[in-house]
Design a protein around this ligand. Structure first.
Ligand code: NDP
Length: 283
């Protein structure tokens, strides 16, 4: 039976560390503050906004919600972003995406000051992940994968890591971060030949595909550590990861569940980044 790597365990440790850092900041006269910028009334955005607000406030990080109407113009959106960049009381900005179709998302995300880009969405932040330069922050989900591996003590040096998925949000940054920790990394995607074989060869398998339970027994091997990033609505409306959890439990060494795995750690990484941004603002 696989060990279940529960996100809550990682979150508890992170919350303790972050809450202590918040106290130190407050003693120095800094109130760490996250602004969540939402355009429109998308249900997923509102749920994430609520979850992030709750998590931030639990450790003493303030949250200010800025909500713009669905039909906001690009110019008005950019004005708001410029205002947040200039506001010394705002340490981190989470821009909920995707933005409505009529907006130029690339221009909007790159308008954000990388020092406040706590979800790693600007090109400069992503460049920092690729070059190792200390610019901005890594995308929270990719960072959450690393937090989980570190928390449970899985070393990466010399290990074979396979990341299935190559999005800029998760797959590519996760691959770079694993490489930075001296894993030998394969990035697989929809055109990968013999994906099952590639996955079975992994010591660490990171699934970020977006297809409910796609990675079944044929993709898995004993002694693997599996990070299931996928959050999918399966038949019947329940949430499922990209990995067939029941099959995996009988085969692999350890796996993150869905829900209560990578997703919950992602929210804590966001809060941690806000606190780091506030710390950096001191220097
Ligand atoms: P994208 O749709 O942007 O990327 C999916 C990737 O999976 C693509 O690279 C695609 O390959 C690859 N892929 C799709 N189908 C197959 C297939 N049949 N075989 C192999 N590869 C395939 O998704 P995201 O990266 O944004 O999200 C992935 C999953 O992670 C989703 O379930 C999402 O909900 C979840 N997620 C979870 C978060 C969390 O906090 N836990 C945060 C963000 C996302 P190709 O490039 O060739 O098209």
């Amino acid at each position: 039976m696989a060990r279940i790597l529960k996100g809550a365990e990682v979150v508890d440790t992170m919350n303790r560390e972050v809450a202590a850092q918040v106290e130190q900041l407050k003693a120095a006269g800094i109130d760490p503050m996250l602004t969540i910028l939402r355009v429109g009334e998308q249900g997923d955005d509102i749920s994430y906004e609520r979850a992030a607000t709750k998590r931030a406030e639990k450790v003493g990080v303030g949250v200010k919600n800025v909500v713009l109407p669905e039909g906001v113009s690009q110019e008005a959106l950019l004005d708001v972003v410029a205002g947040l960049n200039a506001d010394g009381a705002v340490h981190g900005v989470l821009m909920l995406r995707p933005l409505p179709q009529h907006l130029d998302e690339g221009a909007a995300r790159n308008a954000l000051d990388p020092r406040k880009d706590v979800d790693g969405i600007t090109d400069l932040s992503l460049a920092g992940v690729f070059t190792g330069a200390d610019v901005g922050f890594a995308p929270c989900t990719a960072q959450a994968c690393m937090e989980i591996l570190d928390h449970f003590g899985f070393g990466l040096e010399g290990r074979r890591a396979v990341v299935v998925g190559r999005s800029l949000v998760v797959g590519k940054p996760a691959a770079m971060m694993l490489l930075g920790r001296h894993a030998t990394v394969t990035v697989a995607h929809s055109r990968t030949a013999d994906l099952k074989k590639a996955c079975r060869e992994a010591d660490v398998l990171v699934a970020c595909v977006g297809r409910a339970r796609m990675l079944g027994a044929d993709y898995l091997a004993p002694e693997q550590v599996v990070l299931d990033v996928g959050i999918n609505v399966a038949e019947g409306g329940s949430l499922a990861g990209d990995v067939d959890f029941d099959a995996a439990c009988a085969i692999v060494d350890a796996i993150t569940p869905v829900p209560d795995g990578v997703g919950t750690v992602t929210t804590s990484v966001l809060v941690k980044h806000v606190v780091q941004a506030a710390q950096r603002s001191l220097s």
